[in-house]
Design a protein around this ligand. Structure first.
Ligand SMILES: C[S@@+](CC[C@H](N)C(=O)[O-])C[C@H]1O[C@@H](n2cnc3c(N)ncnc32)[C@H](O)[C@@H]1O
Length: 276
């Protein structure tokens, strides 16, 4: 089963590794949003766009063995690894995955929470997606999403041209593929379009700089994942910019040499309850 064409990150071993790295970096933010939304032990949770399973594994820790987590994604290879990870982490008896495109999923089960991270921006009509999936949510149930926003063309100060180029290319690839890189600021409207109350929305900025910041690898690895799509999307790589596994090291050296402070994507948490 294939992912939608605007899913610009693709399906590769590199991307699967990148997702797990990203999962480790983002876990504290996602956990904060889920707990603030009211996800608690014993809940039945539906995770939209599970990928390598990082969000489902986090939800599994929160709901515990008296709860249940079902994760959806069309990428069967990623879900196979996600299922193995539930065995490794001892939660396979309350976490399962199903290979589905969100629009095709159906069940007779009613969940206590519908959750997801970095999934709404890939949907052609995020409100319609939420509306469709919250059919499987009980009245009063929780809807909580973690999304992002990275539209700034000058993400470093003092300017570091290499970092800004990498950051701009990633944003442009998302934009041209049809996945808005500024989705975070659209999340409130998506809830309203879904027929839900306006959500509580919080945002966290991640700022990097200096030696050892994880932002270099995160942003550079994301560019590596989208690189195979750049030509088709009509995006030219600036002369001299080489997209390879040493890019993160070169970005780090350039940022440190410029003494720059760098802006990583802003994280958005948004949550509401389905009306009774
Ligand atoms: C950026 S990854 C995030 C994975 C996971 N939520 C996380 O944060 O680690 C987005 C995932 O959404 C999935 N996806 C995108 N569009 C989808 C759709 N229409 N239905 C189901 N899954 C979808 C992709 O296959 C991919 O695994």
């Amino acid at each position: 089963m294939s992912t939608p064409s605007n899913y610009v990150l693709g399906q590769s071993t590199h991307e699967y590794e990148r997702l797990m790295l990203q999962g480790r970096l983002l876990r504290p933010y996602t956990e904060k949003y889920f707990r603030a939304a009211g996800v608690t032990p014993g809940m039945r949770v539906l995770d939209l766009g599970s990928g390598m399973g990082d969000v489902a594994l986090l939800a599994a820790d929160i709901v515990g063995p008296s709860g249940r987590v079902v994760g959806l994604d069309p990428d069967a290879a990623a879900l196979k690894r996600a299922a193995e990870r539930t065995i490794e982490q001892g939660c396979s008896s309350w976490v399962s995955f199903q290979a589905f495109n969100l629009e095709d999923f159906t069940t007779t089960e009613l969940f206590d929470a519908v959750i997801g991270r970095y999934i709404l921006l890939y949907q052609p009509d995020a409100g319609a997606t939420i509306r469709q999936l919250t059919k499987f949510l009980k009245p009063g149930g929780i809807v909580v999403f973690h999304e992002l926003d990275f539209p700034d063309p000058h993400a470093s100060y003092p300017p570091c041209e290499l970092f800004d180029q990498v950051y701009r290319l990633v944003g442009e690839a998302f934009r041209r593929a049809g996945a808005p890189p500024d989705f975070g600021r659209r999340v409130g409207k998506a809830f309203l379009d879904a027929g839900l109350p306006f959500p509580t929305i919080v945002a966290d900025s991640i700022i990097g700089g200096g030696r050892g910041s994880y932002v270099y690898r995160w942003v550079s690895n994301t560019l590596m994942s989208v690189a195979p799509r750049l030509k088709d999307l009509g995006i030219e790589v600036p002369p001299g910019l080489v997209i390879d596994s040493e890019l993160a090291d070169r970005v780090e050296a350039a940022v440190v040499a410029a003494g720059s402070q760098i802006l990583a994507p802003t994280q958005y948490g948004a949550w509401a309850r389905k009306p009774l």
